[in-house]
Design a protein around this ligand. Structure first.
Ligand SMILES: [Mn+2]
Length: 323
C-alpha cells in the first residue's frame, strides 16, 4: 500500500503539536468513552501500544470495563476504572464525542494538556489539542492516519486493535461510511497480521441465548409510525425477565433500521430504574440524527446518534373501535 496516497484529512499543525506534547509527557492517560465499544477500545489500545515504542508510560482508562467482544485484545484486561487527574501530565480521549462521554465528573477540574481524538459530528473541540474529523469512518481510521503520519510502525497488535474499531464502526464494512480508503487501510492492516476472522468471531459469533431471547422480544414489538420511523422499546422488566444486561441489547438498533422504507430507527431503552437511553440510526442520506439527538441533549454522527435523560417509560394502550 502506498501510504502517500492516503487522504490525511486533518490539521497537520495540530497533529504536529500533538506529537510534541506526547513526546514531552511523563505519564499519559488515554480515556475510552462510557459503555465502551470496539472503536474506542481498539483506538485506545492501538495508541497505547504505539506510545510504548517511545518508551512512554501509558494507562488505559474508562468508567466501565471493555465489552466481551474486546476481551481478546492485548491490554483490554489492564483498564483502570477511575481517573486521578493529578497523576497525568497529558490526557488523550479517543472516540469521545463530549466530556459527558468521558464520564469522569472530575475531568472538568483537569488543567493539563488534553488531546481530543474523535470522529463524532457533535464534538465541540473540548481538548487543548483537537484531532477531530467527522467525515472519517471511525476513530480507528483517524488513529491509523495519525500513527502513519507520526511515523510509527504498525505492528500486528496495533493492526488488530485498529481493525476491531474499523470493522465495528462500519457495521462489518456495510455502512455508508465505507470508501476506498477504509478498505485500503483494512487491507493494509491484514497485511500487518490482523485477522478478520478473529475480529468477526469476537464481534458476531458470541451471542448467548439471553441476547437472542431479549432481541426476539424487542424485535417482535417494532412498530412504524406515520412518519416512517421504526420504533422499539426495551424496559427494565425485559432485562429482568431474561436476566440480561445493557451489553446484551447493544447492536439491535442496526436491525430496527432495516425495516423496509424506514426513514430512521429509534430504540428507547430504560437502561436503569430512572434513566432512559435513546439510540437513533438511519440508512438514508439527508437525515442529520446528530442534530436530532442534540434537541434532546445528545449527539453523535449524522447516521447514528443517541441521547439520554432521567425518566421512566410507561406503556400506553390505544384501542380503536371499528364499526
Ligand atoms: Mn467511533
Amino acid at each position: 500500500m502506498d501510504l502517500n496516497t492516503l487522504n490525511f484529512d486533518f490539521d497537520k499543525k495540530e497533529a504536529d503539536k500533538a506529537l510534541i506534547t506526547i513526546k514531552k509527557s511523563n505519564l499519559i492517560g488515554i480515556i475510552s468513552h462510557r459503555h465502551p465499544d470496539p472503536d474506542t477500545i481498539g483506538a485506545n489500545l492501538a495508541l497505547k501500544s504505539a506510545l510504548k515504542q517511545f518508551g512512554q508510560e501509558v494507562d488505559s482508562i474508562c468508567v466501565h470495563q471493555p465489552p466481551k467482544t474486546c476481551q481478546s485484545l492485548i491490554g483490554a484486561d489492564q483498564y483502570i476504572n477511575e481517573l486521578d487527574i493529578n497523576k497525568y501530565d497529558l490526557i488523550i480521549s479517543v472516540d469521545c464525542g463530549s466530556l459527558s462521554q468521558v464520564a469522569f465528573t472530575n475531568i472538568t477540574d483537569y488543567q493539563g494538556e488534553y488531546i481530543n481524538i474523535d470522529h463524532h459530528a457533535s464534538n465541540n473541540n473540548f481538548g487543548t489539542i483537537n484531532l477531530v474529523n467527522s467525515y472519517l469512518s471511525s476513530t480507528a481510521e483517524i488513529l491509523f492516519l495519525l500513527l502513519t503520519y507520526w511515523g510509527f510502525n504498525i505492528t500486528k497488535d496495533i493492526a488488530t486493535n485498529l481493525l476491531f474499531g474499523l470493522y465495528y464502526d462500519t457495521g462489518s464494512f456495510m455502512h455508508s461510511n465505507i470508501n476506498a480508503q477504509v478498505l485500503n487501510i483494512a487491507s493494509f492492516l491484514l497485511e500487518q497480521g490482523a485477522s478478520i476472522q478473529e475480529v468477526h468471531q469476537n464481534m458476531y459469533c458470541n451471542f448467548n441465548l439471553t441476547k437472542f431471547h431479549l432481541w426476539g422480544q424487542t424485535l417482535e414489538n417494532i412498530s412504524v409510525n406515520k412518519d416512517q420511523t421504526s420504533i422499539a422499546f426495551v424496559g427494565q422488566e425485559d432485562f429482568k425477565k431474561f436476566n440480561a444486561n445493557q451489553e446484551d441489547i447493544s447492536g439491535i438498533i442496526d436491525y430496527i433500521s432495516m425495516v423496509d422504507n424506514s426513514n430512521y430507527a429509534v430504540l428507547i431503552n430504560q437502561d436503569s430504574e430512572n434513566h432512559i437511553k435513546g439510540s437513533l440510526r438511519t440508512r438514508k442520506d439527508g437525515y442529520n440524527l446528530s442534530d436530532l439527538a442534540g434537541t434532546m441533549g445528545g449527539g453523535g454522527h449524522r447516521k447514528a446518534s443517541g441521547f439520554g435523560f432521567e425518566g421512566k417509560i410507561e406503556k400506553k394502550y390505544i384501542w380503536n373501535i371499528k364499526n
